[in-house]
Design a protein around this ligand. Structure first.
Ligand code: AMP
Length: 118
């Protein structure tokens, strides 16, 4: 198997690089996105690096995916009004840049018709 560099998210989990943390437990970590796309933009990341995207995560560990969703709700409750948009970029042409499964939690006054650019 080809050895790959740890992802930025693994380096954040390992505390090798800093992040603005909002939640952590034994399975996931959540922190503010460095380039926010909404008033609240938090990334929820499973600690395991074995899933490259949400499809792999959902197939292998649906319970962990459900936990990611529950943590997204918790983040939205704590940082906004409890309502949120949950985004999983899946693949380069969909905007994925870090191939360590993660969810984007966007909240705080989103408007209709802003899901993506045409
Ligand atoms: P994606 O494009 O779906 O792979 O999401 C990766 C996200 O990670 C982007 O929204 C980046 O802004 C964010 N990001 C990259 N590096 C960092 C970092 N050091 N701390 C917080 N967020 C980061």
């Amino acid at each position: 198997m080809t050895q790959t560099e740890p992802s930025i998210f693994t380096r954040i989990i390992e505390r090798e690089i800093p992040a603005d943390m909002v939640y952590e437990d034994e399975r996931v970590i959540a922190f503010h996105d460095i380039a926010p796309q909404a008033p609240v933009h938090v990334v929820v990341v499973p600690k395991t690096a074995q899933y490259r995207n949400v499809v792999e995560l959902a197939a292998a560990d649906p319970e962990l995916l459900a936990h990611v969703v529950a943590v997204a709700q918790r983040v939205a409750d704590e940082l906004s009004d409890g309502e949120f948009r949950l985004i999983f970029n899946n693949g380069e042409s969909a905007g994925q840049t870090i191939f360590h499964a993660h969810a984007h939690v966007l909240a705080g006054g989103l408007t209709e018709g802003t899901l993506g650019s045409k």
